[in-house]
Design a protein around this ligand. Sequence first.
Ligand code: FES
Length: 936
Amino acid sequence: MAEEGSFLADALFFTVNGKKYCIENPGSLTLLKYLREHLGLMGTKNGCSQGHCGTCTVIVDGKAKRACLLKVQKLKDSSIETIENLSKDGKLHPIQEAFIKEGAVQCGFCTPGMVMAAKALLDVNTCPTEEEIKDALKFNICRCTGYAAIIRAVNRAARVMRGEEPVSGDPYETGIGQSPIKKDAREKVTGKPIFADDLQMQGMLYGKLLLSTHPFARIKWIDISQGEVRPGVVKILTARDIPGRNAFGLLTPHQPVLAGDVVRYMGDPVAVVFAESEEMAEAALKYIKVEYEPLKGIFAPEDGMARGAHLIHESGNSNLVHHVPVRRGNVEKAFAEADVIIEGIYSTPMVEHAYLEPESALARVDDEGVINVWTASQGSFAFREMIAASLDIPEEQVRVIYTPAGGAFGGKEEPTVQIHCALGAKVTGRPVKMTLTRQESLIMSTKRHWERMYYRHGATKDGRITAVEARVLVDAGAYDSLSKPVVFRSAVVAAGPYDIPNVHIDSYGIYTNHPPGGAFRGFGSTQVAFGAEQQVDRIARALNMDPFEIRRINGLREGKATITGQVLKKDAGYLETLEEVEKALAAYKKNLPKASPGKKIGIGVASSYKNVGLGAGKKDRAGAEIELSSEGIVYLKVGATDMGQGSDTALAQIAAEATGIHYDDFVVVSNDTAQSPDGGVTTASRQTYISGHAVLGAAKKYLEVFNKFLLEECGIEAGDYEMAPGGIKLTAKGQGQFISFQELGERAAKRQFRLQAEYLYVAPTTYPLRERADHEQGVPLEKYDIHFAYCFNTQAAVVEVDENTGEVKVLKVIAAQDLGRAIHPQNSRCQIEGAIVMGIGYGLSEEFKLEDGRMITDNLAKLRLPKITQVPQMETILVEQLSDGPFGAKGMGEVPINSTAPAVISAIYDAVGVRIADLPATREKVLAALKAKQGK
Ligand code: FES
């Protein structure tokens, strides 16, 4: 490769961002690899290397192209434009500005590709219709936004490019309830190298894992000798080389870092190779010989529970991971007295998170001997503990530095490559990078648990649901991961957001030889929301009752108890969500699309609820720190992980509101074990509430320290100044004199005065689930509080079903979300939109499929993730029922996904009279059900 001026014989010329390059014999080199590895243009992201995600979209000769599919040798005389070419001298392109303003940037991993696809369109058509926008972006997946904000952004950019709007909009407000520009949006729209795989280091090695070739087998021997002598190979490690605990897991550390005796699923690694290049590491894998003795695998929870089933973990007595019973009232009596009894069996599939950024880590041992690990995780402190334990070194010798997560949704709570990477750096003494291919990511990573639910509901004819009996089977996969709390969640919210006096629920998690079930947005509440809401829809139909009315009759509200006996407080906004959706649906019905021949329109309603915080008696705490550095930078240090959901932004807004320091002055440092306090894992919709409270506490203390400094060192009374952008403005005495933070920081440093404060917030006490939820005499009511807050959601879905093909089109979703105070309303709405589209995928198409433990859906395309062309009209309504959280906020990242699939499935029933009980309701299943109904 050479730049312009080096004229080689037979050279291939092309331009990249206006600069001419030539290359000789590029062989099979792809444009993506060339841009990232040869030119260092890291803005073009690699989500799959197979052309399925669009994160690598660039413009070639005026057309949007996926760089991973293009061979450089086909690019003779081409003109290539990448995201790096869009902003000039710090001035963003209108498309980039529009993406920021419309909140179209969440994790940001899809963003450069989306922006380039949009540019290719708007370069030739500044008046696109919505259909043309969708068509232009149809090869680009976004897992976070639900696409709606992206469509709005492209429309806004088009208006700007047509000259109808100024490039920069109005200055934005930053207070609580306003929607300032997100802290990380500018970096993300410009494709800055911020993700772990973008990072490069001198002398870096690459690591590759050898994964099991059997779902369940004993390892007889491993021979690495032929691999060790392959070109470029520096080291190969197996289980015996793990110096410390050869096991990890957030709650139950029993998943092997490298399997040594038994493999329990196809994602178990048995060896790791470190080599001079990724290709060399990859090539060496096939020279590692492993002899397995295959064992009879278990591929269904029912088989795992069967008498005499082979034990997946020989140390246990059975394959049962966890059993959670919920008991309340007298179910037998209630069923005997019920006017209507509805029974149903429902199942929900195993689902892949499909975050667009594959797992990646870079590790290096620094001069002090500390192993620095740059990676995207939902809890750096938890990762630090697991790395230190496996390497058998003190935690202080490990630093985990958060790099932005290109999506996570719960899937980055457990390590994948981080422990191997840290071990590689320690053993070789060189920096090591490991990035999973999409295929490796798919088989290794945790999944949403498959569940089967057996429900029986009893109700009286006036619509009162009096009894619920449920048995829930949960496929935990090969290792515990977070199955225990998921099984718990599937039990405690199994009846939906209703006050039901008689309950008998059992939820069981069972080991299988599948990928471990882990955390995934909704965390066990999503699965049971489907089953429970189908039951409620069926009861309403059996009683000829309106779907809103039956929910209103039974709905949880202040003073009512959940099925676990917890009496709700004033912040329970369920009925308000119901009311808002009912109103909005009534308005929409006036213009309901007409059914065309062969196509039927249907409407479905569903509700759900979920906890905020860990609950069940677990310690739930987070720290926060505010510091003015000697350089005058105001740092907000938090342990929360911003994986696109906007926690950095919301926490900075809270800090700004509480201190008066301008929002733009805060630099947020999150989730760095050497810099920020521990905030716990970003899970259970907890960070706005818990880290938000920690920020409030730190802000109060910081103001005390700051005022003390001003008084003692500068003679400024607390009442004689106000905060101003970049510093303070003197009021009474100074007649408007401005003193910058830089000056104050320098003054403080000179006087050795530390302008810093930190605070540890401990969440309200919660209690373990009681054996029975009936309020016992002498037991204080708060002992039934398994959580300190809940958030509620209601949705209505309008679908069109093609009776001839079984195809379902979701036309409209109306969603109302109870979230307490919306700190950043735009972000809250975009989160809801993203969850709805993810919920449509869950309801209609997505499934991670295995056959006898072997992966069938081995690429992103086979997962059938929703595309921009499937986005319905979405109407989002925020219900701000204030809580005890910071400024009244609760949390809401998860629950909006729960109501979508049940609403869509009930809408299908409403349209054509068939109810699909096992998700996803694919076109084939709907068609088969229609044929069965017609007796064909
Ligand atoms: Fe699109 Fe995350 S913002 S994938």
